[in-house]
Ligand binder design. Structure first.
Ligand code: NAD
Ligand code: IPM
Ligand code: MN
Length: 352
């Protein structure tokens, strides 16, 4: 079972280290780790945020464990050399179109959510975010208008097959949960969204036991803080899913808690090939201080065991250990506490 470990920039290496300690504590037989450079660190060492060797390593692995990329000193580089290009490039190259971002309340954290405890305690949803299309990957350009004003543009587009396959992912997920899909779009304004709705309706016809509602993204942002417990599976595009998932993290308690799996169709000997990463970024403001919360990355490693290695029991064991650490009062700075990154990793290992 080959895992390509790509720690990346900022707090990426700090949180990845703790996730690896947790995997190590499980003493799984047959795990082989390969480590590669990605992001700003790769740009500095190899002149590119996603070097060929890193891409090759990811391709030959059974799963990728990813920290975070992003470095303020790279913000003025040409677009294709920016660290963020690495994660976008991996998602596209590996055809990881389905991004699962679960958000579930943890016992004991209700008072730390940005919402009132009785509202926060009910949250149990998964955002199914399309990950390889939308305005993220449309043609981009800088130029000038006819009358000489500077202009920038990004093409937003979805083709029907792109919508269809992510819709299937969402309906199948709903079948294993509470049977409800909320498709989030902006069909009152955007043509891409009107196509999205049409195709989602077609797919829904194949899942008579799943209920489907459509919601405009602005309303969804509001409903997510008004009554997050009403959502089960949130099906949405790349850009809206990015924004709503950061918002959902604060409903649970912190961005340091939300994990993700990015999956495609490729099957390996052990399960579905995937890339696993926390939803947060490289957090330059706290990088190097050892105070990042590694739980999102630890929970991403659990998702890896579940989806890529068929080890549901080990995945659940990690998730229970994280929940137990939180229930026992472990709190990173993101949750108003003072437990550091390593202490949180140790606490999770002890509770396995
Ligand atoms: P961010 O998620 O890195 O940080 C936002 C805020 O949350 C910061 O105050 C940070 O300190 C805090 N935070 C994030 N993760 C935390 C953790 N585990 N523990 C404690 N606090 C945490 O978002 P940003 O500041 O907008 O972006 C910083 C860089 O990261 C940018 O270059 C951005 O492009 C990049 N980014 C990368 C990814 C990725 O690699 N997948 C995701 C998001 C952002
Ligand atoms: C995320 C990040 C990325 C995204 C960036 C770094 C390209 O914000 O994984 O949520 O927008 O998808
Ligand atoms: Mn994001």
């Amino acid at each position: 079972m080959k895992i390509a470990v790509l720690p990346g920039d900022g707090i990426g290496p700090e949180v990845t280290r703790e996730a690896l300690r947790v995997l190590d504590a499980l003493s799984l037989p047959g795990l082989t780790l390969f480590e590669g450079d990605v992001g700003g660190v790769a740009y500095r060492r190899h002149g590119h945020p996603l070097p060929d060797e890193t891409l090759a390593m990811a391709r030959q692995a059974d799963a990728v464990l990813f920290g975070a990329v992003g470095d303020p000193s790279c913000d003025t580089l040409e677009a294709h050399l920016r660290p963020e290009q690495a994660v976008l490039g991996l998602r596209k190259d590996l055809d990881l179109f389905a991004n699962l971002r679960p958000a579930k309340a943890f016992e004991g954290l209700e008072d730390l959510s940005a919402l009132r405890p009785e509202i926060a305690g009910a949250i149990d949803l998964v955002i199914v975010r399309e990950l390889t299309g939308d305005v993220y990957f449309g043609e981009k350009a800088r130029g000038q208008t006819e009358d000489g004003r500077r202009e920038g543009w990004d093409r937003m587009a979805y083709a029907e097959d792109e919508v269809r396959r992510i819709a299937h992912t969402a309906f199948r997920a709903a079948g294993t949960r509470r049977g409800k899909v909320t498709s989030v779009d902006k069909a009152n304004v955007l043509e891409t969204s009107r196509l999205w709705r049409e195709v989602v309706e077609e797919v829904a016809a194949e899942y008579p036991d799943i209920s489907l509602e459509h919601m405009y993204v602005d309303n969804a942002a509001m409903q997510l803080v008004r009554d997050p417990g009403a959502f089960d599976v949130v099906l949405t595009g790349n850009l809206f899913g990015d924004i709503l998932s950061d918002q959902a993290s604060m409903c649970v308690g912190s961005i340091g808690l939300l994990a993700s799996a990015s999956l495609g169709e490729r099957q390996t000997e052990y399960g579905t090939f995937g890339l696993y990463e926390p939803i947060h970024g490289s957090a330059p403001d706290i990088a190097g201080k050892g105070i990042a919360n590694p739980m999102a990355t630890i929970l991403s490693a659990a998702m890896m065991l579940r989806h890529s290695f068929g080890r549901e029991d080990d995945a659940a064991r990690i998730e229970r250990a994280v929940a137990a650490a939180l229930a026992d009062g472990l709190r990173g700075g993101d949750l108003g506490g003072s437990d550091n990154c390593e202490a949180i990793g140790t606490a999770v290992c002890q509770r396995l």
